[in-house]
Design a protein around this ligand. Structure first.
Ligand code: ZN
Length: 435
């Protein structure tokens, strides 16, 4: 396979020059935040440091962390260091605990985001001449637009196909001669399943041979299935809405880790419990400092995603940017259903508002026909008739859908039938395994 590189002068920059560039940008961003952000100035004062204390890249560990809670607390505009009138776009995270986190973009942010997305697409061999179907949500979520901007930058034909209307999507993939697909990973399998039902063999009857998948951790087994059924090369992409969106890191064609675009981000791995730095190759929580983000620069943002920095000097693709392993999971109990982040607490909030229910419930996640299915078992306080159970379950399904953006199946259990726990209850049972 041929190696394509969008911006060789930066993607293949020597480590020495790349780290000099990182340090210079780090100093600038720390200086900017110290002088323009009340929040960061306060945090740095608490740690008794000033911008002058940042003399080497290693000094980054002296800086304070930023957490998702900080972003929520400063909702919606207080993290911004630019005036509202200089913004180009506003987006919101798919997280569902109360208020979302807000992503703000200036025109410069859109420029830089387009650049990292262009590099990422080209790294997977998606280049001018390709037709890319973007099967991500374009509604507030960062996925759809990130790919769209990258495609426009590269000169790839972009099809904002979105999600849902699966049969129509299959038809368009075939009829329009689409060559590349991006979506959440399990949706690629769902599309293939529907294609078969329509008498279309994705491997033989379509031209889709490249795919980029992300927004949810996915396994090697799932990659194998996607590649086989579509006869495609499937690549992993990493990103998060707090860092523009997708495009923070990408697998190159060698599929051995994801290159982090280090002229835009400094990546660290820390112990999720203590926050102490962890050695290269050791697993821990990914932490990113943004070097070029304009509206909301972030220092040492704790992602809660578990991975490791790989000890590889230079990749076969010639890129010098360091690689991280594929994401193993999250540091806390959040789970993801078909690409949507869900917190057990949000479900609990809905259930416990219902006076007919006892405070005992279980959340069971299965994978059926390549899609995640969420079933919630909850006990009623008193024994209900089948009809009463059914009415109550439908009402809860509606309320839950409003809260978590996913429709679960609710089963009302009789009093005293669900397990009790002395310690921390195990309320989430994930049966999806490795596939
Ligand atoms: Zn590479």
């Amino acid at each position: 396979m041929k190696v394509y590189i969008w911006n060789p002068s930066l993607e293949c920059l020597s480590r020495d020059l790349l780290e000099k560039l990182q340090l210079q940008r780090l100093k600038e961003i720390v200086y900017k935040l110290y002088n323009n952000s009340k929040y960061y100035r306060q945090k740095m004062k608490e740690k008794n440091i000033t911008p002058e204390d940042i003399k080497t890249l290693q000094d980054i560990t002296k800086l304070p962390f930023t957490t998702k809670e900080d972003l929520r607390e400063l909702y919606p505009y207080s993290m911004s260091v630019v005036p509202i009138e200089s913004l180009a776009e506003i987006r919101a995270s798919s997280g569902t605990t109360g208020k979302p986190t807000i992503s703000l973009y200036t025109h410069r942010d859109i420029e830089n985001w387009s650049e990292v997305m262009a590099r990422s697409l080209v790294a997977t061999g998606i280049v001018k001449g390709d037709i890319l179907a973007i099967a991500y949500n374009y509604h507030m979520f960062t996925g759809g637009f990130g790919f769209h901007y990258g495609a426009l930058r590269v000169g790839v034909v972009a099809i904002p196909i979105g999600v849902g209307y699966t049969q129509r999507t299959v038809m368009l993939l075939k009829d329009l001669g689409v060559t590349a697909l991006t979506s959440v990973p399990n949706y690629a399998l769902r599309l293939a399943e529907v294609a078969y039902e329509m008498g279309i063999d994705p491997a033989k009857d379509t031209k889709v041979r490249k795919g980029v998948f992300g927004a949810a951790p996915w396994s090697e087994e799932m990659r194998k299935r996607i590649e086989k059924v579509w006869d495609m090369q499937a690549y992993d992409m990493y990103g998060l809405s707090e860092l523009w969106g997708p495009g923070v890191a990408i697998e190159c064609i060698y599929k051995q880790g994801l290159h982090v675009w280090e002229d835009h981000f400094v990546v660290e791995v820390v112990d999720p419990k203590t926050g102490e730095p962890i050695d290269i190759e050791e697993k821990g929580e990914l932490v990113f400092t943004t070097l070029t983000k304009d509206a909301i620069p972030l220092i040492r943002y704790r992602t809660r995603d578990i991975s490791r920095i790989l000890d590889i000097k230079q990749c076969e693709c010639r890129r010098t940017h360091r690689k991280i392993d594929r994401i193993q999971g999250r540091t806390d109990d959040m789970f993801i259903i078909n690409g949507v982040n869900i917190w057990p607490k949000t479900i609990e909030d809905v259930l416990l508002k219902e006076p007919l229910l006892a405070p005992f419930y279980q959340i069971v996640i299965d994978r059926v026909d390549a899609l995640d299915r969420l079933t919630i078992y909850v006990e009623s306080k008193t024994k209900l008739s089948d009809n009463e159970k059914s009415l109550l379950a439908r009402r809860l399904e509606y309320q839950l859908r409003e809260a978590i953006l996913v429709t679960p199946k609710v089963e009302i259990a009789d009093p005293g039938t669900l397990p009790r726990f002395d310690g921390k209850p195990k309320v989430v049972i994930d049966r999806r395994g490795q596939v």
